[in-house]
Design a protein around this ligand. Structure first.
Ligand SMILES: Nc1ncnc2c1ncn2[C@@H]1O[C@H](COP(=O)(O)OP(=O)(O)OP(=O)(O)O)[C@@H](O)[C@H]1O
Length: 315
């Protein structure tokens, strides 16, 4: 696999003294969709802003397609498109002028056919002669995407792309992301909607307090850290977990109508058959049962909580 973006030892300390990133090493493969997850203030925007040349790193190196960001900034930056979290466009310009101008900024020759197709794909063609300030919030966001793609970047950063957007735009956005990936574009996104990352991403990175605490292929992560819960709907409610079932970590839920057993679905012995046998032996019957695999969201919340706990313990 070819790395299209390589970050090594990246650090950022803001003037305030706040350490937003600390010794970040990260490699992004060509053509993948990489989701960078982290709680508020973890450093996601800072990381993206460094790669996109908006914020200067305090330490470390960034290589984009082999171009050293510090020595060969123009070549590195022209490979990148950024859809930022906040909308900022020139309010008095038209859509077509803004998007065409963006392409020019990266030194790319004019390509009206490409710009037209881009605006059509983003349902902006009919609005091409409208001033940005006349557009709705959703349309402005589409313009931001068109600007980011105007110079045909090989890497696209999407910082919280679907925060506050309507269902239609969200659907169009993901269709576009898939289309871009098929064309070999690498996509790095941050999102608070973890189910989106679960659906879209090939790999997931988790950042917490400025440090990357995990990078993993999504399916492997879910398999490795995923826990399953078995919920048994009891025939008769219980007041407490019977002592005969103390070998299994069980919780009573639903006002005593449910027994919940959390187990490691990868383990050789899950403990489920023996639990069911023991319940039958002691006469605890159940009407129904269902299992649930923990989602990426459950895993993420657990990881960040663990990381916070570990840091507090060492503080
Ligand atoms: N210009 C700045 N000066 C000082 N501190 C800053 C500056 N920009 C960001 N920070 C701080 O750096 C930390 C990381 O911020 P960043 O915006 O990168 O986080 P984030 O992971 O993108 O968060 P969110 O999910 O809320 O967007 C935060 O504590 C933030 O307050």
């Amino acid at each position: 696999m070819t790395a299209v973006l390589q970050l090594s030892g990246l650090g950022k300390t803001y003037k305030s003294g706040h350490i937003a990133l600390s010794n970040v090493d990260l490699e992004i493969n060509k053509g993948e969709i990489f989701a960078l997850l982290g709680p508020n203030g973890a450093g996601k925007t800072t990381l993206i802003s460094i790669v996109c040349g908006i914020v200067t790193a305090s330490s470390g190196t960034v290589l984009v397609g082999g171009h050293d960001h510090a020595r060969d900034y123009r070549a590195a930056r022209s490979m990148i498109g950024l859809v930022p979290q906040e909308l900022h466009t020139d309010a008095f310009e038209t859509v077509l002028a803004t998007v065409s101008f963006s392409r020019g900024l990266f030194g790319k020759p004019k390509n009206p056919a490409y710009i037209e197709q881009l605006l059509r794909d983003l349902s902006l063609w009919d609005k091409r002669n409208s001033k940005i300030m006349e557009l709705s919030g959703g349309m402005k966001r589409r313009v931001m995407i068109a600007k980011a793609l105007s110079h045909e970047p090989e890497i696209l950063f999407l910082d919280e792309p679907t925060a506050g957007v309507d269902v239609e735009l969200r659907r169009d956005m993901w269709a576009m992301v898939h289309g871009l990936r098929e064309r070999g574009v690498t996509i790095i996104l941050t999102t608070h909607y973890i189910e989106e990352a679960e659906e879209m991403a090939d790999r997931v990175g988790v950042i917490s307090k400025g440090q990357i605490i995990l990078v993993e292929e999504k399916h492997a992560l879910i398999k490795k850290l995923g826990r399953k819960t078995l919920t048994l709907n009891l025939a008769e409610p219980l007041d407490a977990v019977p002592p005969e079932l103390a070998d299994w970590k069980l919780e009573l839920a639903g006002d005593g109508h449910e027994l919940v057993y959390e187990f490691d679905s990868q383990a050789e012995a899950t403990g489920v058959p023996s639990l069911l046998r023991r319940m039958s032996d002691i006469g605890v019957g159940f009407k129904d049962l269902h299992t649930k695999q923990s989602s990426l969201e459950d895993i993420f919340v657990g990881l960040v909580r663990e990381d916070k706990g570990a840091r507090e313990a060492t503080a």
